[in-house]
Design a protein around this ligand. Sequence first.
Ligand code: FAD
Length: 557
Amino acid sequence: MTDFDVLIVGGGPSGLMLANELGARGVKCLLLDAKASTAFNPQANATQARTMEHYRRLGFAHEIRALGLPGDHPTDIAYFTRLNGYELARLSLPTANEAVEKIKTMKGSWSAAELPHRVSQKFVETVLKKHAQSFANNDIRYAHRLIDFEDQGDCVLARFCALATPDQIESIKVKYLVAGDGPKSSVRHALGISYTGETGVKRSYMGGQMFAVYMRSKDLYQHIPHPRAWMYVTVNPKRRGFLASVDGHEQFAFHSAVSESENPEHWAEKEARQLLLEFMGCAVDFEILSIQTWTAGHSLVAERFQQGRVFLMGDAAHLFTPTGGLGYNTAIEDAVNLGWKLATAIARPELAGLLNTYEVERRPLALRNTNYAREFADSVGLYPVTPAIEDNTPEGQAERERAGVHFNAHVRKEFNIPGVTFGGRYDHSPIIISDGSTAPVDQANTYTPTATPGGRPPHAWLNDGSSLYDHFGRDWTLINLTSGHEIEDAHTLVAKQMGIELKCLKPNALDLPELETLYQAHWVIVRPDQMVAYRHPITAKEGAPEPLALWRQLLAA
Ligand SMILES: Cc1cc2nc3c(=O)[nH]c(=O)nc-3n(C[C@H](O)[C@H](O)[C@H](O)COP(=O)(O)OP(=O)(O)OC[C@H]3O[C@@H](n4cnc5c(N)ncnc54)[C@H](O)[C@@H]3O)c2cc1C
């Protein structure tokens, strides 16, 4: 028996992110992953802006932004009949270098500390792992497998082994077990929790089996007679698919739709070459790094995210069709939500009731995000393509124009999603205190900054070039927009009594006079996951709740 507080099963993005959240808060944590190390395959390829803001909060967004494509590589998403054929539609997006500068001048929907970053999950995982390992209280073990576990009511007993020594079984007693063990989650199965929702949806693209080839090709770009992009999508009746650049030079992730009459179970190099030929419209020299099949067409959410002392997060809790790039990003936000609550419950067991709000807050978000992904999949995958689209005739030209109109609208719908990334809210959570205001309507492509409790705090840039978020505390933050110190004093005292770390921010210390207008508040409390928990609005007719009562609600005490 070893002495750990939390056992994390799975060292994918959700497990590693949770190890960072817990590691930073001094929780003793063991992470097990059955793989030799972090992902070899590229997997997810879009890190959303809100995820980047969380990486910034943990201090490594700049490391992630430096990974993947070279800083000056375009990140456009473009649609073609075939890659050496006609271009149909394009969304031009900033390079990584431009993104860092551009965000400082953006307003409205993109008023944020970070823009999205196009980078393969395999690279992100290496940074998450490096930082998770930097905490002395974390023990990160790859090539180790959870065998089984038992929730004993006051603790969880688990057994695991190193893959190299399967006979040497180790036992561990922990306060909590968190399963970030992917879509086939053995923990979820052992708990008897099922996914609910839709699966097996058929579309000509993004609904059905997909054949994925991770490849190296030194001359692929030479065969594309169009401006450089990051993601290339094909629209033709024969072979729909997408190709994403992994390193901007020679590594690519090619994902091809497989028709219902095909069976890719035993497909290998010969089929990979044929599929790429059909996708490109010409032969290309390439080396295969790996081959996988996967299934698109899921919108699945687990019935429960918690059972006793065991929690589910990431793909173990929800399974997406990857349109919109929401699976991995939703997984990260699960870990962010659970991290501070677990750390609080471990440090202050009398606040363990907070843990019951994890499912209350995250399950509706999983339903919301899987719905958005499904809408994007319908939009891109149900488009009726006719053979004429490739013809050099007036009819072909008309077909391409029709497709161009559709995909130019689609690409903005799927890839310009500030509303999805910033607009997730916990309005109905018992630990959010409503001020009676109503949040703006949830829309994928528009985000309206608001300090209405339950959502992301409005962002602002300071004169010194820092983000308002850079000044928030690691845990709780009180933004005091009054001229006095009474609010700070009262809340600091109560936070101390409750064993909570509270940082107080005064706007004059931030040189940001417009904060009162932006927040429409006298004072605001922001949670450790950078969500507004309470706002005392400038229009308030009544006094604020008494501080102890307020904190008791915010902490589910
Ligand atoms: C081909 C492909 C393309 C994708 N594209 C996108 C995309 O464009 N955008 C997007 O957002 N998402 C995409 N995804 C999904 C994304 O990769 C997942 O949503 C993400 O990896 C989920 O992270 P996770 O931490 O929940 O689980 P995972 O990354 O699946 O990690 C689970 C880990 O648990 C480990 N494990 C399982 N059982 C045990 C056990 N008993 N003991 C120890 N370890 C165990 C596994 O080894 C694994 O490493 C894609 C996925 C695939 C396969």
